[in-house]
Write a protein that binds this ligand. Sequence first.
Ligand code: ATP
Ligand code: MG
Length: 425
Amino acid sequence: MRFAMPMRQSQLFTKVSRELPKDETSLNAQILIRAGFIDKLAAGIYTYLPLGLRVLNKISNIIREEMEAIGGVELLMPGLTPKDVWETTGRWATFDALFRLQSADEREYALGATHEEVVTPLAKKHTFSYKELPFAVYQIQTKFRNELRAKAGLIRGREFLMKDLYSFHADEDDLNRYYKIAQKAYFRVFERVGLLDRTYLTFASGGAFSKYSHEFQTVTEAGEDLIYICDDCQLAINSEIIADQPSCPSCEKTELRQAKAVEVGNIFKLRSRFSDAFDFRYADEQGEKKIVEMGCYGMGPSRIMGTAVEVHHDERGIVWPASIAPFRVHLLALAQKENDKAVLAANQLYVELVNAGIETLYDDRLETRAGEKFAEADLIGCPIRLVVSDKTLKEKSVEMKKRGEAAAELVRMDKIIGTLKSLNQ
Ligand code: ATP
Ligand code: MG
């Protein structure tokens, strides 16, 4: 049975707010702050409150499962990194977004913005022969980047969560093989978090070591990137790399649809860019020393959270996909006093829901008016709302309504657990 962490709103220290947060222009952050998912400390820096952390963890766990499924092994690298590893690759001077700082003994450090500089020497310590290749490691970790503009809420943080996976191969063919596998795993993640229908594999500049890298771009007006989509091939090309007329990278068609999009993931054939810098070699079958080929695969759980809100909301609030909703059910007791029948019935239903493994947020507050509870439930956006009131109890029932639909229905109290279990939502 799944562990269903219960939560009573009377015990939740955060409050829903009616007011739009000041100095916050991005829609995802405005809604998430009002609904009590996140708190803004400074531009691009947010606290994940209890509701928000649940969403972030759900997204991370989906990513984790898909990375494990393609052989990724989880580790956790430090967020504080010494200058010398960045000098080895030449990026101390060229990585504009690095937060650089000094320790008490005046050594220089950078806050981790990406981890090739850590993972490459780490993998080198443990890899000697072709027999140990290929392998892949990943982490889900806080990254720091000195972003010039941090105005897109969770889509562009100065501190944000990233999943970064790194793969190590004996030759380019094996890197190409794994790269395709990783690409598929990325689409499985976007399917599971509810973004697949508007997420495109997008060709982007590959830098010096390969012609293209691939981005996964989710179409939304909140996007900071401009892409050209080929609807025949379901592919796109990032406008950043195009010097002249854009054409489909597959069918070469030039009538493409232009759209704003968010880069929710990015995969890259590093080839020997970093293994050369750290002289990371292995012995092949003949004992000859060969350079290791590398790939890196990034994805932003916090950016996905912000993007999901941009894509899945209406005028009343968030409409979470069930897979990443903070709770599946939002149970509302409409009553004023502790001994009201509706409160007692809702208390009992709450216990039954939790025991049945159904994740439930319980609005058990007595002093809050019904209209306010409904408005807050819509803002928070759990997939299913259950209401217990004197009116529903007259029918020995509970009112059930899906967040994305207008119609509510009465379900008999003794049938509600079974009904919820049979819904695939
Ligand atoms: P962008 O082009 O948007 O600045 P990037 O190409 O620098 O991002 P990567 O270095 O490839 O991004 O990072 C991997 C993933 O981490 C991105 O695909 C994105 O999902 C996430 N990410 C990157 N920067 C941020 C940020 N500032 N805030 C939130 N998520 C981010
Ligand atoms: Mg990018």
